[in-house]
Design a protein. Structure first.
Length: 350
């Protein structure tokens, strides 16, 4: 059980707060009583979870570009955060092929800018840069990647996140060896959950198909990914920033993913979704000849488990149950913020 009361009254800055994972992170911190400030572009989709759940009403939301160091520095100067969780990114593999320059500017120079602010402002005591499981040189092997494996993402998104890791490592070695601030990176697998409306993600594609009562189109039903509910990494991130704040020796590089049994193919995931959704929803295999994406990817999360006593709480089946619950509540016009709060409480009480 994660004791979120630690964050009560703490000043926490979350970049990328208007996104899917950022919205769940902010809602969790708000419930914990933290003083939350977000720095991000406007929500990337319409509709979006940030607006649907009314999250802005309970926090300080600053709309800004992570590439704008001057504005970002002004936020640090004003709020003096003690904890910084960096989620802001261009997160879509296919979009990175369409606009690689923007992807590198956001994911690499954005990391430089946030690290520079952490360097300049001694109020920061705990900093976490969230990257991705795709940072590893993917050899399509059957066992999970460990934190000491080589970094070398293939596509512009994955590679830019590998660069983001290296930027963080450099700042940590060059400027933070005095122990003033604890620094970690977290490499998370694919997340699912209520309120994700992103393009080119499988569960949002399923939701859109269900809404329109059309078949779900699957590009590659045989690709294997480590799927987990969004609250799994959100709580793990908070566990890391809290742990390294209390004991700087815990800072480092951590994989955050499900157990091996929850690494399933896209086809298996969609089949499980359609079973839960009902209403005659079905899917079809329709490869569109798109750009390269890895077929097989798993993480070894032994380090996180050993260091923090962490373990996944919801398997992929229950993660889908929660996703369908939230989505059907939204379709029915119910209060989705209440659904989020209930799911957060269920999760942290296990």
């Amino acid at each position: 059980m994660m004791d979120l009361t630690f964050f009560k009254g703490k000043k926490v800055l979350v970049t990328g707060h208007t996104g899917f994972k950022g919205s769940w992170m902010c809602r969790t911190l708000i419930r914990a009583g933290a003083e939350v400030t977000g720095y991000s572009l406007e929500a990337p989709t319409e509709p979006n979870l940030f607006a649907l759940a009314g999250i802005e009403e309970a926090m300080n939301s600053v709309i800004g570009d992570i590439r704008d160091q001057e504005k970002l520095s002004g936020v640090f100067d004003e709020i003096r955060p003690e904890f910084v969780i960096h989620l802001a990114a261009q997160p879509i593999v296919r979009d990175s092929y369409k606009d690689p320059v923007y992807t590198y500017e956001t994911n690499v120079m954005g990391t430089v800018n946030i690290c520079e602010c952490v360097r300049k402002y001694d109020c920061v005591k705990s900093f976490l840069n969230v990257t991705t499981d795709k940072v590893y040189e993917n050899k399509e092997w059957e066992w999970g990647y460990r934190e000491n494996e080589p970094l070398d993402g293939y596509d512009p998104y994955s590679n830019s996140k590998s660069c983001s890791e290296l930027v963080t490592h450099s700042y940590k070695n060059s400027f933070f060896t005095d122990g003033r601030v604890a620094v970690s990176t977290a490499r998370a697998g694919n997340v699912i959950g209520g309120g994700d409306f992103a393009n080119d993600r499988i569960i949002p594609d399923c939701v859109r198909a269900a809404e329109k009562k059309k078949d779900i189109i699957i590009r590659n039903p045989f690709s294997t990914r480590p799927y987990q509910h969004v609250l799994e990494p959100v709580i793990a991130y908070l566990m890391i920033v809290k742990g390294q704040y209390e004991n700087p020796e815990l800072q480092g590089y951590y994989n955050v993913g499900p157990d091996e049994t929850d690494c399933v193919t896209t086809g298996e995931l969609v089949e499980m979704f359609t079973e839960r959704w009902g209403d005659g929803l079905k899917w079809i295999d329709q490869y569109d000849g798109g750009p390269h994406e890895a077929n097989f990817l798993k993480l070894d999360c032994s380090k996180l488990k050993t260091t923090f006593g962490w373990k996944p709480r919801w398997d992929v089946a229950e993660a889908l149950d929660k996703t369908v619950e939230w989505t059907k509540a939204w379709f029915a016009g119910e209060n989705v913020a209440e659904v989020m709060d209930r799911q957060i409480q269920d999760f942290v009480s296990i």
